[in-house]
Design a protein around this ligand. Structure first.
Ligand code: DX5
Ligand code: ZN
Length: 215
């Protein structure tokens, strides 16, 4: 599996050091963008994304938890973001158009859902999304407890993707740790996002390696 540490749990006074550490040990850098409206929290915006982009040696994976994700597609592409995801709950009828717009700018398009959204609601977008982001906590905050029912959701989606002959990837985000990584791999996850498990550890790069190859 690939590991995408979430900078939300990094030390914002030492972001450069953390980005360098990720360059050497992780597969992707996960950036959580929140607007205080779609989720009850505000994280950081483009000045931070731009600064990180200037130092990043691995692809950026931007996760938009905002009401109007379509407003930010162009800016992401300009900054060299590789993967951009947004929530189906936020986009509604605009979802298909936003996925197309993201792809048309040369980025990988991702569709995210919170734990209370039926995984079947992603099925109409198979073929239009490059990856699906299954939230394993409710979007908004790092450091929450992994919701175990997420494993069934991942497995169900994986089966559907296989059936459809789709190569779309499954990313799982929220409460991911060494204790659930093996089960996530078995369920069919391709990318693990981890914030606190990585950054609250005394040896982040070891945690990243353990998440990549769990046992
Ligand atoms: C939550 C964010 C996550 C979060 C993960 O809204 O989407 O990416 O930073 O943090 P942990 O791994 O601590 O749950
Ligand atoms: Zn995230």
């Amino acid at each position: 599996m690939k590991v995408a540490p979430s900078l939300l749990s990094a030390d914002f006074l030492r972001l450069e050091k953390d980005v360098e550490m990720l360059n050497a040990s992780a597969d992707l850098i996960h950036l959580d963008i929140m607007d205080g409206t779609f989720v009850p929290n505000i994280s950081f915006g483009f000045p931070v994304v731009e600064a990180v982009a200037g130092k990043a040696g691995i692809p950026l994976d931007a996760h938009f938890m905002v009401v109007n994700p379509e407003a930010w597609v162009g800016r992401c592409a300009e900054l060299g973001v590789s993967m951009m995801s947004f929530h189906l709950e936020a986009a509604g009828r605009k979802t298909r158009g936003i996925l197309r717009e993201i792809r048309s700018k040369g980025m990988k398009a991702g569709l995210a859902i919170n734990p209370d959204i039926k995984v079947e609601r992603l099925y109409p977008f198979i073929g239009e999304a490059d990856f699906f982001l299954i939230m394993s906590v409710f979007a908004g905050f790092g450091g929450q407890k992994f919701i175990y029912e997420s494993l069934d959701r991942v497995q169900k989606l994986k089966e559907k993707l296989n059936e459809a002959g789709s190569e779309a990837l499954i990313e799982v985000d929220g409460g991911v740790a060494e204790s659930n990584a093996a089960a996530l791999q078995e369920a069919g996850a391709d990318i693990l996002v981890a914030g606190s498990a990585v950054f609250k550890s005394p040896s982040p790069s070891k945690v990243i390696a353990a998440l990549r190859n769990p046992r």
